[in-house]
Design a protein around this ligand. Structure first.
Ligand SMILES: Nc1ncnc2c1ncn2[C@@H]1O[C@H](COP(=O)(O)OP(=O)(O)OP(=O)(O)O)[C@@H](O)[C@H]1O
Length: 268
């Protein structure tokens, strides 16, 4: 059984296809090569984490996956089609929820915007908004504005808004980087259970090696200057994951050591 099949029940024919594929991707920006010859296949429903030293190109790789950058050479595809521009079925969750949310709209209004974008008729929106806010643990906060919510709540709201798009893939850039440790662990578990239900493919960028192992089916580490794949580890830890037992598992500790050594060597 593969680690992906452990996460959710996806037909094996689906797993053979790539959902997001990088083929020999190189990207130059400002006269510098930022990403060099990256080839990467992400399968439908896979939870891939990207780690690496600061400035190694993690966010840039995510922007390529989102269609926000076009490669200088090589290509990025989604469901077998060239990724020439951002797509509605690929949602992005940013670390900076403050900038991602509209401050003049309530929680319900922020989610409604995503429903408008996918063309949901107005009459159907309130029930869907309630459902989404409930899913992310904000059932009683529909009328609040982002400024009236904690960081963790705002990030939940951003996730609800992304789920409203019913994305096939979710690209997450350090989504919990600005949150305290307890809020962060709670949201890790919420994201795992939300994604188990939605079966979306995930690319999740993080500085936190333990977070990457805890969440992922696979962890890819980038080497810096230019950004290249230096390590690609399957995470064969049982699911559902548990904040105590998973983190105490000897395999978790072995993986943490391997990634720690990788980062240390890549910074040397
Ligand atoms: N538009 C741009 N023009 C020129 N250089 C850029 C541009 N965007 C990013 N870079 C450079 O590309 C490199 C990779 O940046 P990127 O933000 O992808 O790294 P990162 O791994 O996400 O970093 P961090 O972990 O600190 O967020 C950095 O050296 C950065 O200065």
């Amino acid at each position: 059984m593969t680690s992906i099949a452990l996460r959710k029940d996806i037909p094996s024919a689906e797993l053979e296809k790539s959902q997001i594929a990088f083929s020999h991707v190189t990207l130059d920006l400002g006269g510098k090569t930022i990403i060099e010859n990256v080839s990467l296949d992400v399968k439908p429903g896979e939870f891939l984490c990207i780690i690496g030293a600061s400035g190694c190109g993690k966010t840039t790789a995510l922007r390529l996956a989102a269609g926000l950058y076009q490669p200088t050479s090589g290509h990025v595809s989604f469901d077998g089609e060239p990724m020439r521009a951002p797509r509605r079925d690929v949602a992005i969750v940013f670390q900076d929820y403050g900038k991602a949310l509209l401050p003049w709209r309530t929680a319900a209004g922020n989610v409604a915007l995503a429903l408008e974008t996918i063309g949901m008729p107005k009459a159907q929106r309130p029930a869907r908004i309630d459902e989404l806010l409930k899913k992310v643990g904000l059932p009683n906060h529909a009328a609040k504005y982002p400024a009236e919510m904690s960081g963790g709540m705002q990030q939940r709201l951003q996730i609800a808004r992304c789920l409203a798009q019913e994305p096939k893939a979710l690209l997450m850039d350090e989504p919990f980087g600005a949150l305290d440790a307890m809020t962060r662990q709670g949201l890790q578990d919420e994201v795992l259970s939300l994604l188990d239900a939605s079966k979306a493919t995930v690319i999740f960028v993080t500085h936190d090696l333990e977070e990457a192992i805890y969440l992922g089916d696979r962890v890819v580490g980038l080497l810096p200057h230019p950004g290249r794949i230096g390590i690609d580890l399957p995470i064969n830890l049982p699911r559902p994951r548990d904040q105590l037992t998973t983190r105490e598992n000897p395999e978790f500790l072995r993986l943490r050591r391997e990634l720690f050594d990788f980062i240390k060597a890549s910074e040397a």
